[in-house]
Design a protein around this ligand. Structure first.
Ligand SMILES: [Fe+2]
Length: 502
């Protein structure tokens, strides 16, 4: 019965008709973004972080300090890389075809490889020598209308290692399977026949028992698909829920008992999309709708509760947990409006800088018994929040995140640990000349969940034009890195990663 319901809602019966109705992207005058970007490079060193990376990479890093035994293993990171093909430059940072980065850390050596993810879409365009499809935030003259969510799939957002399989994650379509050692692309992940090309978000949550929870949003269909996957990598359950007026949702959280979603007030305009607007431009900001909060019973997805918070925008959630009174506590990175999505991450692609919103940590309490949600903002500049992974869904104190925005360029320059109960922050600043990317907590083996461990993450040196991997003691960030691995080249600025212990 569940399977039949699922097929009716999210299978070919719903997704395919809309995609088959899409119009060709409208003809536009030849655009100047590639030229604008090239012209801006001399004046603004940060622009190097948004260059297109059109070739695979491999090198041994130069090491300083000593990497602790706890971080022997592999850090995988994903991000948009192929921003330009020929003279066609994408108009949004999130559009670029993904490149997976693999930092193998062992015996105080770091070997790096970076490989473009050969999605079906990338292979078709690389063979043609030009863009063929509209992208998330860009349309090109004469671009083909997508025939399925995977027509736009760039697999460029995050990575999940699951039972020996490595998955490159996007959010609008399939995960892509890669060889964990060589990063060779193996093809789209099909969890079940009727789930082929169905959206699978880039922010799955791995529960304390190894269960992987995830969701996918199909805006054109007002559908949210929920996934429950065993630690063995096998799908346990997937269902499509009809959610009125659902739009972009990037992340979520789990507690012991619930799945928790924060839905910013974005509306998806099907007509705009049908008539050739990009996926992004089909989204409309409607702050008067407030932020919807959806709480779903983990084990009975028909039990759902809606609550409301003040309007705001987010990409990322830190963690959620439930106290003895059944109140859900969740923290996320809040902006008061979505200019980061519509403007900042677009302007960088033509070498322009704008920042029109502050990113603060928000602490939310969701009282499901009273049907009330409230939030408080901590005035701490923050993005890319991570926690000790052993505390997923459990009470946590520390959020590890990027911080220190700069007045004259995009990105952050420091990595921080914030105690979200006291609001106290410790940080290490790389300095204004370096962009700090996401940093990840790696536990010390044998330690208790929540105990001090290690932080690993990358930074982009704007002067030397190289990328570095750094490792810190999680409770002594201000002391600086205990070890660093400098690559002989720059990687394109990336998004998310995960660490796999050797
Ligand atoms: Fe993300």
């Amino acid at each position: 019965m569940q399977r039949r319901n699922f097929l009716r809602l999210a299978g070919a019966g719903v997704l395919t008709p809309l995609f088959s109705q899409l119009a060709l992207a409208s003809q536009q005058a030849s655009d100047t973004w590639a030229a604008e970007f090239a012209n801006a490079q001399a004046a603004s060193p940060w622009i190097a972080a948004y260059r297109s990376a059109n070739r695979d990479l491999a090198a041994d890093a130069e090491i300083s300090g000593r990497f602790p035994a706890a971080v022997q293993g592999v850090l995988y990171r994903n991000g948009p890389a192929v921003h330009q093909l020929g003279d066609q430059r994408y108009h949004h940072w999130f559009d670029g075809d993904g490149m997976m980065q693999r930092f193998a850390i062992g015996d105080n050596k770091v070997r790096h490889i970076g490989k473009i993810i050969r999605t079906d879409k990338y292979q078709a365009e690389a063979a043609a020598g030009k863009r063929l499809f509209t992208a998330f935030g860009t349309t090109f003259p004469g671009a083909l209308a997508p025939t399925s969510p995977d027509s736009l799939n760039v697999a460029n957002t995050s990575v999940l290692a699951l039972n020996g399989e490595l998955l490159a994650l996007w959010e609008g379509g399939s995960a892509y399977r890669l060889d964990p050692d060589t990063l060779q692309t193996r093809g789209p992940k099909v969890w079940r026949d009727d789930l082929a090309a169905v959206p699978f978000s880039a922010h799955p949550r791995v529960d304390t028992d190894g269960t992987v929870w995830n969701f996918g949003i199909s805006m054109p269909d007002d559908v949210m698909v929920l996934y429950q996957i065993g630690a063995d990598g096998n799908l346990r359950k997937a269902e499509a829920l009809k959610i009125p007026q659902i739009a972009m949702v990037h992340d979520f959280a789990v507690t012991d008992k619930h799945l928790v979603f924060l839905l910013p007030p974005l509306i998806f305009d099907r007509d705009k999309f049908k008539h050739g607007s990009s996926f992004l431009d089909a989204h409309i900001w409607r702050p008067q709708l407030g932020m919807r909060v959806l709480v779903v019973d983990k084990h009975d997805w028909s039990k759902r509760q809606w609550l409301e918070l003040p309007a705001g925008f987010l990409f990322h959630v830190g963690n959620a947990w439930e106290d003895a009174q059944g109140v859900i506590h969740i923290d996320y990175i809040h902006t008061d409006q979505p200019s980061i999505l519509f403007q900042d991450t677009r302007d960088v692609m033509r070498g322009q800088f704008s920042r029109s919103a502050l990113h603060h940590i928000a602490r939310v309490s969701i009282d499901t018994a009273k049907g009330k949600a409230s939030q408080e903002l901590l005035p701490i500049d923050s993005e890319f929040p991570r926690i000790d992974p052993r505390l997923t869904g459990q009470r946590h104190q520390h959020l590890y995140h990027a911080t220190e925005t700069q007045a004259d360029r995009p990105g952050f320059s420091a990595v921080a640990r914030t105690n979200i109960e006291s609001g106290k922050t410790d940080k290490y600043s790389y300095g204004a000349g370096q962009i700090a990317e996401e940093h990840i907590f790696v536990p010390e083996p044998g330690s208790a969940a929540g105990a001090a461990g290690w932080i690993v993450g990358t930074s982009f040196d704007l002067q030397k034009k190289i990328t570095r991997l750094s490792c810190f003691a999680s409770d002594r960030l201000a002391d600086g890195p205990v070890a660093q691995a400098s690559l002989p080249y720059a990687l394109p600025l990336g998004l998310h990663g995960n660490f796999v212990k050797a």
